[in-house]
Design a protein around this ligand. Structure first.
Ligand SMILES: Nc1nc2c(ncn2[C@@H]2O[C@H](COP(=O)(O)OP(=O)(O)O)[C@@H](O)[C@H]2O)c(=O)[nH]1
Ligand SMILES: [Mg+2]
Length: 209
């Protein structure tokens, strides 16, 4: 794990810092927990999984072809040359008891038929939003609401800029007060971690409440 930020005990795989090796050997493997990273085309899903994953993330990127260019709206993502055709996969050990498995959805609506499989068994979802294209995330928000899966909305601050306040985003997406709306940077590991922890807390509250 390469990071320049101070090591956070709660994100250290294998036990708290300085834990005796003998003690670690008796510890159970962390509980696997599935979480889905959703949102529209080019909002930063693949970037998010790549920023946090402790394994080399598995992605299914394919070059955007002339054919796709005619089908998908590429007007806001002119520099994007590849797209996720099936899913992204990565994982992160949150603490010795819990390991998150991240599944990123393909962004294009025409791959919507895969969502039920990708979301199966997930404790929660993070819906990533680009405030320049709010309507791209409606499908994901609707999906999680319909399936009653706990989710948070994470506004990706492209180039540090967010074009709408979080209150405006909440209003535009018409999500209930129970849905956290946060701002984050998909390229920053610590920022992604904080967004994932928001969903995790939500999911835990759901199981306990
Ligand atoms: N400037 C900036 N670019 C970003 C950010 N997040 C993603 N990108 C870029 O936006 C493009 C789309 O991101 P990607 O993760 O592939 O989106 P996906 O389609 O949701 O998986 C890529 O070229 C990323 O490098 C961000 O926070 N800031
Ligand atoms: Mg992608």
């Amino acid at each position: 794990m390469t990071t320049t930020e101070p090591a956070s005990p709660s994100l250290r795989p294998g036990g708290p810092p300085g834990a005796p090796a003998a003690q670690a050997a008796t510890v159970r493997p962390p509980l696997p927990v599935k979480m889905v990273i959703a949102g529209g085309f080019g909002v930063g899903k693949t970037t998010t999984v790549g920023s946090i994953s402790e394994i080399e993330p598995l992605t299914t990127e394919a070059a955007i072809t002339e054919v796709a260019a005619g089908v998908d709206d590429l007007s806001h993502t002119p520099r994007k040359t590849t797209t996720t055709v099936a899913m992204d996969f990565g994982c992160i050990t949150i603490d010795p008891t819990l390991k998150l498995y991240l599944f990123g959805t393909p962004g294009q609506e025409r791959f919507g038929f895969m969502w039920d499989d990708i979301v199966e068994g997930a404790v929660g979802g993070l819906v990533i939003v680009d405030t320049r294209r709010l309507d791209d995330c409606y499908a994901a928000v609707d999906y999680f609401e319909h399936k009653a899966i706990p989710f948070a909305v994470a506004v990706n601050a492209f180039d540090g800029k967010v074009e709408h306040t979080l209150e405006e985003v909440r209003w535009a997406l018409d999500v209930t007060d129970g849905v956290p709306v946060v701002v984050f940077d998909a390229r920053e590991r610590g920022s992604v971690r904080d967004a994932l922890l928001v969903v995790l807390e939500l999911a835990l509250a759901r199981t306990q409440g």
